[in-house]
Design a protein around this ligand. Structure first.
Ligand code: GDP
Ligand code: GDP
Length: 453
């Protein structure tokens, strides 16, 4: 490899969304032609969404990053696909359900000149079951007289209809105020103030865990009673690496140099699991002077399955010569494919080589683990991706992502609403591209596909 350590661009990472955090999502729901796109454009203050006169014209970009009164939110136009064979009522029910599952506020648009239709009622039946705020918008109320005539819509049972004219901008500012007021106090998943991050130091026996612990811990910092904002268990240690405090979880065993006798594998696995569960990031130690073993692989699999962030530390680097380096590189290519996204650092617990650099890799991995993409950004990215490289066609049709959202971070979890089941290969492709374009270093990524029946 070109450099001893994993390389990353600090500026790129600074751009990722950890400091942005999650923003509320507003979904605009309604049957075709009621003026959803016009409203979306009005809110965005630009002509971004394609407005068409034909009902149900497929639009590609359906989620946007928006802002009002200094509040950022994600604006989703759920009308961006063709109701096709399913029929209107079914299509709109699907939209409503999608909005309920993924939005913080639902804006339900009806055409005040037409009054409530069967399709509107179908959506309302679904929307009534949500505890999320639903704002009933009576669009195309272009004049004061028309405003006064929206009373029919009370019959929908969604409360007072809010008259606007998306086309002329009538009341649209007031509507935005109302939307902002309806935001949840804490958008889901808001980052908490946190104390030191929690590391699990794991690896098969004899890779040098105790040695590394002694190298970074020093006996005196072993027990700290009170660290701001965090509970430190007696089995944990607070250590300083690269000028920053970290909590090393479950270090009691390592300190006592407990070496399990026979049946070790089982207990070692349990111990690893407990430590990893209690941590945010796992620092997996490997012995660089020895071939990567099955036991190493098992530890790695455990960490990946736990959904924690991961850093690989190749220890005993003092024993690595040119030859070994060459073979190790081959082994890494061949055997560590499942964690090719993990930052790597080459260290020596014995000499202290590069031990400080572990901190940098941990930070990178935790950043990737907590990274978020806004719904707008994600949907624009996915529609571009699908246009360039569509899913292979199945009986004449290419399965498509209709709408995507990052449902969680730590680790990143994406939900893809699709019009048909997806092939594994294509999901792998999406995951690879996500990493190429957004990074997500040091973290597993989960993609969940929800095909529309
Ligand atoms: P969508 O299918 O729900 O996204 O509806 P569009 O935004 O494409 O609008 C459908 C048609 O209604 C277009 O011709 C718009 O110009 C028109 N329209 C939208 N909002 C208003 C409005 O407030 N007043 C009037 N008069 N027409 C509107
Ligand atoms: P653990 O079982 O993972 O806790 O491993 P230990 O810390 O007990 O280390 C196992 C053996 O490897 C001991 O003999 C250590 O002295 C040795 N060792 C640990 N780290 C290094 C290193 O960086 N270089 C060398 N040459 N030996 C090491």
């Amino acid at each position: 490899w070109a450099d001893d350590d994993f390389e990353f661009d600090e500026d790129d990472l600074a751009e990722t969304s950890q400091d942005r955090g999650p923003v509320p999502t507003v979904a605009v729901v309604g049957r075709p032609n009621v003026g959803k796109s016009t409203l979306v454009n009005r809110i965005l203050g630009r002509r971004a969404a394609v407005v068409q006169d034909e009902p149900g014209v497929t639009r590609d970009r359906i989620a946007y990053d928006a802002e009002w009164s200094g509040k950022q939110f994600s604006l989703v136009d759920t009308g961006g696909w063709d109701p096709d064979a399913d029929g209107m009522a079914k299509a709109i029910a699907f939209q409503a359900e999608l909005a309920m599952r993924t939005a913080d506020v639902i804006v339900f648009v009806v055409d005040s000149r037409v009054g409530p239709t069967d399709a509107d009622e179908a959506a309302v039946r679904i929307l009534r079951s949500t505890r999320k705020p639903v704002i009933l918008v009576a669009n195309k109320a272009d004049s004061e007289r028309q405003e006064a005539e929206v009373h029919d819509l009370w019959s929908l049972g969604l409360g007072e209809p809010f008259p606007i004219s998306a086309l002329h901008g009538r009341n649209s500012g007031d509507l935005l105020d109302k939307i902002i007021w309806a935001f949840p106090e804490e958008p889901t998943g808001k980052l908490k103030e946190r104390g030191p991050r929690r590391i699990a130091l794991v690896g098969r026996p004899n890779v040098g865990k105790s040695s590394l612990l002694n190298r970074i811990a020093g006996e005196d910092r072993a027990v700290v009673d009170n660290v701001a904002g965090t509970t430190v268990d007696p089995v944990d240690s607070v250590v300083e690496i690269d000028g920053e405090d970290w909590i090393l979880v479950d270090t009691a065993g390592l300190r006592k140099r407990v070496k399990f006798a026979s049946g070790t594998e089982y207990y070692a696995a349990l111990r690893t699991e407990a430590a990893v569960e209690a941590a945010e990031v796992a620092l997996v130690l490997l012995d660089a002077s020895e071939p990567i073993s099955e036991q190493d692989q098992r530890v790695l699999t455990q960490v990946v399955e736990s959904g924690r962030a991961l850093v690989l530390a190749f220890n005993k680097w003092d024993l690595v010569d040119e030859d070994r380096r060459y073979y190790l590189e081959k082994e890494i290519d061949r055997e560590l494919g499942q964690v090719s996204w993990a930052p790597r650092v080459n260290v020596s617990a014995l000499t202290g080589r590069a031990v400080e650099k572990i901190a940098r890799s941990l930070r990178v991995a935790l950043e990737g683990w907590g990274q978020r993409i806004t719904t707008g950004e994600l949907n624009q990215w996915i529609s571009t991706l699908q246009a360039a490289t569509p899913h292979p066609t199945r009986s004449g049709k290419a399965p498509k992502v209709i709408y995507a959202t990052q449902a969680a971070a730590e680790p990143p979890r994406f939900i893809l609403f699709t019009n048909a089941p997806f092939e594994k290969q294509y999901l792998k492709f999406i995951t690879r591209k996500l990493r190429e374009d957004f990074g997500f270093p040091g973290t597993p990524i989960e993609l969940v596909v929800k095909p529309r029946e």
